[in-house]
Design a protein around this ligand. Structure first.
Ligand SMILES: [Fe+2]
Ligand SMILES: [Fe+2]
Length: 398
C-alpha cells in the first residue's frame, strides 16, 4: 500500500491521543500505535526519509504544504511544544517509534503546563530512528558549521517574477509571496536549530530581490526570537518581503546610481514607502500589516526619516522590527559607493542608534539574536550554501 502523509499524521495524532488516555499494554493504545507505525512504514515505501515541518497553522511535507490539514490543530500544538520538525530516518523499528511517540507526548504535556517549555519552541528538533534528540544535548553541542544544503534559486526566481508582475500589472500576486515566505520558513527550520539563510548574490541589479528575501528571513527570525506564534511570524515575513515593493516605481538608474543622489532623485527614492503602501492597499486580501510596514519602515523613533508624519506617533511594532532588519541587511551589503560593513561594526551601529533611530527593545533584541545565532547564519551565494562559518565575513563580501 502506498503511503500518504496526511493519513500518517492523522494516525500519529490518534495514537498520541490514545497514549494519553490508556496505559502501556492497553489494547486501544497498542492498536493505535500499530496503525500509526504501519502508516509510517507505508510512507517510507515512497519516501525514505519523510520530513514534516510544523509552522503553526500550516503543515509542510518535504516542500509541499498539506492543505487538507489546515484545520488540524496538532501542527500548532506540536510547534508550540517546540517540535517544528519531524524527520524519520530509514527503517524505524516499532520500539523506536513507540519511544518517539512517548517523548512527543511528554513534550506536549510539558508545554501545556509549563510556559518555560513554550519558550523553547525556537529550537527545532530532529526525530530520528533512535528517537528524540532534545534540547539538553542540543544546548551542549557545538554550533553546526554547515547545516543546510539548499539553494534559494526557486525563491529568488519567484520573487523576481513577482516584482515583474507588480511592475507590469500593478497587482501583487499574494499566493506567490506567501509561498516564498513559507519556503523560507521551512528552510529556517531545516535543522535542529534555527538557521538564517541569507543571500549574497553577485549581480547588483538583483539587489532588491536579495534584500527583500534577507529582510523577510531576518524579520521572521526576530519575530520568532521574541516568541511570536507561527502565523504572526509569517505575517512579519510577508511584511519584510514586501517592505520595499514601492521601489519598483523608481527608475533603475536612480535605484542603482553609484553615487550621491541629487535632491530630486532623493525625493523620488523617498517616495517608495508611500508608493509601496498604495500598491499593497490595492490587494484584496488582508495585508494590513504589510501596508503599515511598507509605509513606516523608514520612520525613526526620534521622528526622523520619511515619510514625514504630521504629528509624532509611535509606529507599529512590525515596522520597527522590519526597520532594524532592513538597516542591518543594507549595511552588510556592498554598494557601488562603499564596501559591506563587517558583522561587528553593523551590530555596533545598531546598538549605538538604538533609542534614536531604532526602538531600543527591538534593536537590543536584534543584536542579542545575531550574537546568539551567529553560528546559524548560512550564507547562500549564487545557489551554493557557503555555511555558517562565512557569517562573519560573508553576506556582502563579494
Ligand atoms: Fe525601504
Ligand atoms: Fe529596505
Amino acid at each position: 500500500m502506498s503511503g500518504d502523509p496526511v493519513r500518517f499524521l492523522n494516525a500519529f495524532a490518534q495514537s498520541l491521543a490514545a497514549m494519553a488516555l490508556y496505559r502501556v499494554g492497553h489494547p486501544a493504545r497498542e492498536r493505535a500505535l500499530d496503525v500509526a507505525y504501519q502508516q509510517i512504514q507505508d510512507l517510507q515505501g515512497d519516501t525514505a526519509r519523510p520530513l514534516f515541518t510544523f509552522l503553526g497553522d500550516e503543515v509542510v511535507f518535504g516542500n509541499i504544504p498539506l492543505r487538507e490539514l489546515k484545520a488540524w490543530d496538532w501542527g500548532k500544538r506540536l510547534a508550540e511544544a517546540g517540535i517544528q520538525r519531524l524527520e524519520f530516518e530509514d527503517r524505524v523499528s516499532r520500539e523506536d517509534f513507540e519511544g518517539f511517540q512517548e517523548e512527543v507526548l511528554a513534550r506536549l504535556t510539558l508545554s501545556a503546563i509549563s510556559t518555560e517549555a513554550r519558550q523553547m519552541r525556537r529550537s527545532s528538533i530532529r526525530f530520528g530512528a533512535v528517537g528524540l534528540k532534545g534540547e539538553a544535548d542540543a544546548a551542549t553541542e557545538p554550533l553546526p558549521t554547515a547545516t543546510i544544503s539548499f539553494s534559494l534559486g526557486e525563491e529568488v526566481d519567484t520573487l523576481r517574477w513577482l516584482h515583474n508582475e507588480v511592475q507590469a500589472t500593478g497587482a501583487v500576486p499574494l499566493a506567490e509571496a506567501e509561498a516564498v515566505v513559507r519556503s523560507l520558513a521551512v528552510a529556517m527550520h531545516g535543522g535542529r536549530q534555527v538557521i538564517l539563510p541569507l543571500l549574497q548574490l553577485k549581480e547588483f541589479d538583483q539587489y532588491t530581490t536579495t534584500h527583500s528575501m534577507n529582510v523577510a528571513v531576518l524579520s521572521m527570525a526576530l519575530a520568532e526570537f521574541l516568541g511570536l506564534a507561527g502565523a504572526d511570524v509569517r505575517a512579519f515575513g510577508i511584511a519584510g518581503l514586501l517592505h520595499d515593493i514601492g521601489k519598483i516605481k523608481i527608475p533603475l538608474d536612480v535605484l542603482t546610481k553609484p553615487g550621491r543622489l541629487t535632491d530630486e532623485e532623493r525625493a523620488l527614492m523617498n517616495e517608495h514607502p508611500v508608493t509601496g503602501a498604495r500598491i499593497l492597499l490595492d490587494v484584496e486580501a488582508d495585508l494590513d500589516l504589510a501596508v503599515v510596514v511598507a509605509y513606516e519602515h523608514h520612520i525613526m523613533i526620534n521622528g526622523g526619516g520619511y515619510p514625514v508624519l504630521h504629528y509624532t506617533r509611535d509606529c507599529h511594532q512590525a515596522s520597527k522590527l522590519v526597520h532594524v532588519c532592513d538597516v542591518y541587511d543594507a549595511l552588510r551589503t556592498r554598494r557601488p559607493y562603499r564596501e559591506a560593513w563587517s558583522f561587528d561594526k553593523t551590530l555596533g551601529y545598531l546598538e549605538e542608534r538604538s533609542g534614536l533611530e531604532f526602538d531600543p527593545e527591538l534593536g537590543g533584541a536584534f543584536v542579542r539574536m545575531m550574537k546568539q545565532w551567529e553560528g546559524q547564519v548560512a550564507v547562500v551565494s549564487d545557489g551554493l550554501t557557503i555555511g555558517a562559518a562565512a557569517a562573519k565575513t560573508g553576506q556582502g563580501g563579494v
